[in-house]
Structure formats: C-alpha cells, structure tokens
Design a protein. Structure first.
Length: 290
C-alpha cells in the first residue's frame, strides 16, 4: 500500500516534499481536546460576493469568515470535520499539515466541496484516509467524488484522494485513534444532520432544532459550538436569539457561535452576548477536557 504514495505523482511534478520544516501547532496537552475553527462563516462566506455592507467591508480580520469547518485534535491525532471549498487555504493558514481522518456533518455544498483537496493529506500520510459519515451523506459524496473512494491503480500515478468509506450507523458512537466520537442528531430544517461530541466538547453546526433525545449528549460540556446565523429568523439555522436560548439551556462553560452570516459584526455582536458566549472566528482554537 505505502508504495503507491512513495513518490510524488507523475501528473503533478510541482508537488512539494512533505512539509517537515513548516511551523506547526503545538500538540494539545494530554487529557485535552482542542478544536480549531478553520472557517466560521455561512455558506456564502463573509465578505459575500458583491456586498458592500459594514461587515463585508470591515477591516477587522474576525469579520472575514470562510465556510464552516473545524479540526478536532487530541494527542497526535487531527480530525477534519467537513471539507469546505476553502479547505486548501484554511489548512495553510492554520498550519494543518496532516489529517488522520475526515468526519462529515451533512452533505451541503459548503461542507463537502473541498474534498478533492484532501489528496495532499493522503500524500503526506502515505496512505488512505477514513471518511466517517451517515449513509445519506455518503451517497452524495459518492455521486460527487466517486473516483476518490476507489483503490488507486499502482501504475497510474494520478494525484487524487484515496478515501475509505466508514459509515455512521444509527448515530452509534465510533472511535478514532482510541477516542470516542458520539454523533448527535440535529435537525437542519427538515434534514437530519450530525453534531459530534468528543470528550467535554461538542460541535453542532447547521441546526434549527435540537431533538429532545439529543440533549443528554450535551450535558457537562466545557465547550459547545453552536450554529447562529443572523438576527433574523431562518428556516434551517438558529438565529442569534434562538442560539442564546439553547446555550442557556445546555449550560456549557463556554459557548462559541459559528456559521455566521454578514448580519453579525464580530465586535458589535460580542458586546451584546451574555457571559460565556462569543462569536467564533477563523483561526480561533478552544480547549476542553477529553
Ligand atoms: Zn452550512
Ligand atoms: Zn455584506
Ligand atoms: Zn447545511
């Protein structure tokens, strides 16, 4: 298997060697889990194309939001949650040089369209990557990226991802490098999607309803990450008021809001938020007990 990855693909002679000299993030302390926001923006990103509003033209870097994705890290392990169209730029900006697995919340375009770029992680790793998702998400991934789930041909050195389908069945927990990942059922409008709990941290994006049976997975959290799109009510996302209400009910030590649209300026919104609740921003890292 390894031999497939030993030399740079012939079709891409400019592919650089593995990034051994690059600045890297410090490993999370033993017993802790860290979440790095690669992107905290909604599906259109902020600034939005063709918008001259105060937030889209803001000079505060925290008002520049790429599409929603995080890396969850513990020990030597780094797991990518969702693959946005900005994956390559997000990985470079956040010194994410290696990924050990990919986990998906759901298959909307802003969460999956960067999947082809994980081929660099295949190369750096020298092997395939596990992709954890429910059956509905896998079906869309299969339609969009069918080539990525096939075993590479040893002679054809095509530079493409090499993925292994891992199905999350009935939201049963699974483990990545010995750590338990608990899927949490969320409703995104009518669409069931997955949040995830790892240790005392939970990532719940793209949600407009938390089903009653899911709250038990949100007890005793150090860190909750929750969808908060805008002030106006929306059919498939919590607005800010609903997100605050949910955060008060869940009572995590810290709540960070994500999937943020251009209606919410970083500074101005944070001034209005209750204690222990803040807007996330691209590049922010938060920690919890594992
Ligand atoms: Zn989304
Ligand atoms: Zn705008
Ligand atoms: Zn979505």
């Amino acid at each position: 298997m390894r031999s497939l990855y030993n030399s740079p693909p012939m079709s891409n002679p400019s592919s650089p060697p593995p990034p051994r000299q690059l600045p890297s993030r410090r490993r999370p302390r033993a017993g802790t889990v860290e979440l790095v926001f690669l992107g905290s923006g909604t599906s259109a990103g902020v600034p939005m194309i063709g918008c001259a509003c105060d937030v889209c033209t803001s000079t505060d870097p925290r008002d520049q939001r790429t599409r929603p994705s995080v890396v969850i890290r513990y020990g030597e392990t780094q797991v990518l949650v969702d693959t946005t169209p900005e994956l390559r730029l997000q990985a470079i900006a956040n010194h994410i040089h290696r990924i050990d697995a990919v986990v998906f919340t759901h298959a909307h375009a802003d969460h999956i369209m960067g999947l082809d770029d994980v081929r660099r992680f295949n190369y750096v790793r020298g092997g395939p990557l596990d992709v954890w998702a429910d059956a509905a998400t896998h079906q869309t991934l299969q339609t969009c990226f069918h080539y990525a789930f096939r075993e590479p041909h040893p002679e054809q050195k095509v530079f493409r991802p090499h993925l292994v389908r891992r199905e999350i069945r009935n939201r049963r927990h699974f483990t990545i490098d010995g750590v338990r990942w608990q899927p949490i059922k969320l409703l995104h409008g009518e669409l069931p999607v997955l949040g995830f709990r790892v240790g005392r941290l939970a990532y719940c994006t793209d949600v407009s309803t938390i089903p009653a049976e899911s709250y038990r997975f949100l007890e005793g959290l150090d860190v909750l990450v929750l969808d908060a799109l805008q002030k106006k009510k929306h059919t498939t996302h919590f607005n800010l008021e609903e997100a605050i209400e949910q955060a008060k009910r869940i009572k995590a030590k810290q709540t960070w809001f994500t999937h943020i649209a251009h209606g919410l300026g970083h500074e101005a919104t944070n001034r209005e938020l209750p204690k222990g609740m803040r807007l996330a921003y691209d590049g922010l890292a938060v920690r919890a007990e594992l």
